[in-house]
Design a protein around this ligand. Structure first.
Ligand code: PEP
Length: 251
């Protein structure tokens, strides 16, 4: 059975004291609740260890938003997968469209990051999704298929089975323009059908696939009710405890 997951992506927001306060607030809000999903908080690197230490509800895992594509050494400013693991984090968000666009992350770089993440027993939340002009040309399926073919579809069955996939149409990220429930369900069902072709029905049925892009407390219940939507990757709405917890409770 695949897991439902609601993952927050704080991006480059919150100082350490602010982040710690938000994490504790969310932790307290879900303590003792009967939830139908796992909660993940994707914090900046500097927050990881403190946030992981501060959580006590047993319901929240911590994610980094990136890691280096090298094992260790003279790479000033980089943070390795092993270093992320040593903080107590359990997940790493990889291939976010902001990293692909602003930091020129290619499929080759992402392959190295996915491999190092897995080698360090961290779970990649692997992002894919098309820009607006691709959606307008109605070629989004081919675009997303290529992103997956060039990266995670090269993994072994054993490794692919450890992944979480997040579909995030770039035109919906931070824009308030959510994909319609039909568009999101259609793409996630398509991704699942590609996983069936590549790795078989059982792995496809067990892979958690998330939707991301202006997901909020209002639209989450309808999105999460779709058969192929196993949760959300949440940007803006993960920065306020009430909003985020309402999304968590949409399951
Ligand atoms: C994201 O960047 O992963 C995201 C989904 O952002 P938002 O929810 O703000 O659109």
């Amino acid at each position: 059975m695949r897991k439902n997951i609601v993952a927050g992506n704080w991006k480059m927001n919150k100082t350490l004291p602010e982040g710690l306060a938000l994490a504790k607030e969310i932790d307290n809000a879900v303590k003792g609740e009967n939830l139908n999903c796992e909660i993940v908080i994707g914090t900046p690197f500097i927050h990881l260890a403190s946030v992981a230490d501060a959580l006590s509800s047993g319901k929240i895992a911590v994610a980094a938003q990136n890691c280096a594509d090298k094992i260790s050494g003279a790479y000033t400013g980089e943070v390795s997968a092993a270093q992320v693991k040593s903080t107590g984090a359990e997940y790493v968000i990889l291939g976010h469209s902001e990293r692909r666009e602003y930091y020129h992350e290619t499929s080759e770089i992402l392959n190295a990051k996915v491999a190092l993440t897995l080698e360090n027993q961290l779970i990649p939340i692997y992002c894919c999704g098309e820009p607006k002009q691709v959606r307008e040309a109605n070629t989004q399926n081919a675009y997303v298929k290529r992103q997956l073919d060039e990266t995670v579809f090269n993994l072994s069955e054993v490794d692919f089975a450890k992944l979480v996939i997040a579909y995030e149409p770039i035109w919906a990220i931070g824009t308030g323009l959510t994909a319609t429930t039909e568009q999101a369900q259609e793409m996630l069902a398509y991704i699942r059908s590609l996983i069936v072709e590549k790795f078989g029905k059982q792995i496809a049925e067990n892979t958690s696939i998330l939707y991301g892009g202006s997901c909020n407390a209002k639209n989450a219940p309808e999105l999460f009710a779709q058969p192929d939507i196993d949760g959300g990757l949440i940007g803006g709405a993960s920065l306020k405890c009430d909003d985020f917890v309402q999304i968590v409770k949409a399951f």
